[in-house]
Design a protein around this ligand. Structure first.
Ligand code: BTN
Length: 325
């Protein structure tokens, strides 16, 4: 691995302290001059590295470039065989991740980008993805099972996001059914899972789990200003966030039938016990969200009896009062 990459890995893992040139040189088996040269090259690539005499090097707190090595610094060794790509700009990380779904391709692949020009949202919507302020990542998981058996991977992703953000933010975000993550009235994260399937066999070939998070304040387009926002007080690099979310989704996806997954989803839900509004058979309806079914559906008690929602959009305020999505 190039010295530059090793240095980024070590500095990412030691963000809270300086690492001396001597320590780096010893760890990598190179001269201090080689370390200095690599640091200069990294600065040329946009990394903000603070060099203090007698102390050494550390990443400046504001340095938040995404890189393969920066992400790998927080992935376990057994991810070595899985491609990890950090891109500057891409149309959509979900689209890009598809290229790893080939006959002899890897069992998993992770793609992240600083910004997206055609970020995809659910229901054909666009996902606003400006540079420097968000996490845009896609985890491709090769799967050889019926689509039906893997649907809960989106719930797993929502749990992975709230868990990970909760470790580093001032408040723990909550999940709005089915897979948006909110802090208060603001959406901080959206998740879009896309399937690659074999039409003949009806089997899933791969799931591409796309996660978009607003990590820092951004200038949102007018129509999003009131509905989208950043995670308050987030104290973590984008590299670490991407790696930890990917690890968590990967781990949860190994056993989507685990009762602990639904329990965690229910615990993190912001809709259970609340009045929700939704559209059914062309009509606006309201009711109290009471449970999440084993297939991820939402059970709502209405004046006309119970309703089970399998998919779609809900609002936690009556539709007539404005949709808080
Ligand atoms: C939604 O809120 O409707 C879902 C948004 C999902 C956005 C993420 S960003 C990374 C990945 N790539 C995409 O094009 N979309 C997902």
């Amino acid at each position: 691995m190039p010295v530059k990459n090793e240095i980024i890995r070590i500095l990412e893992q030691n963000r809270d302290k300086a690492v001396s040139g001597q320590q780096l040189a010893e760890a990598l088996g190179v001269s201090r001059a080689a370390v200095w040269k690599a640091v200069k090259a990294l600065e040329g690539e946009g990394y903000a590295i603070q060099a203090t005499q007698n102390k050494g090097y550390r990443l400046r707190p504001e340095s938040d470039a995404i890189s393969e090595e920066g992400i790998r610094a927080f992935l376990p060794e057994d991810w070595r065989g899985y491609p990890v790509q950090a891109l500057g700009q891409v149309d959509s990380t979900n689209l890009y991740a598809r290229r790893f779904c080939t006959g002899d391709g890897p069992a998993a692949a992770l793609v992240a980008a600083d910004c997206q020009t055609k970020g995809r949202g659910r229901l054909g919507k666009a996902f606003y993805s400006p540079a420097g302020t968000g996490v845009y990542m896609s985890l491709l998981l090769r799967v050889d099972q019926p689509l039906q058996d893997f649907l809960l991977v989106t719930l797993a992703a929502a749990v992975a996001v709230t868990r990970t953000l909760g470790r580093y933010a001032d408040v723990k975000p909550a999940i709005k059914w089915v897979n948006d993550v909110y802090v208060g009235e603001k959406k901080v994260c959206g998740i879009l899972t896309e399937a690659v399937s074999d039409f003949e066999s009806g089997m899933l070939e791969a799931a591409i789990v796309g996660v978009g998070i607003n990590v820092r304040p951004a200038r949102f387009p007018e129509e999003l200003e009131d509905v989208a926002g950043p995670v308050p007080g987030l104290r973590v690099s984008r590299n670490r966030l991407i790696a930890e979310i990917a690890r968590e989704i990967y781990a949860l996806s190994r056993d989507l039938k685990a009762p602990a997954l639904l329990a965690a989803y229910r615990a993190d839900s912001m809709v259970l016990g609340r009045q929700v509004a939704f559209r059914l058979d062309g009509r606006e309806r309201t009711g109290r969200a009471v449970d999440i079914g084993p297939d991820g559906s939402l059970l709502v008690e209405t004046d006309n009896g119970p309703v089970t929602l399998k998919a779609g959009e809900i609002s936690v305020r009556p539709l007539s009062g404005g949709d808080c999505r």
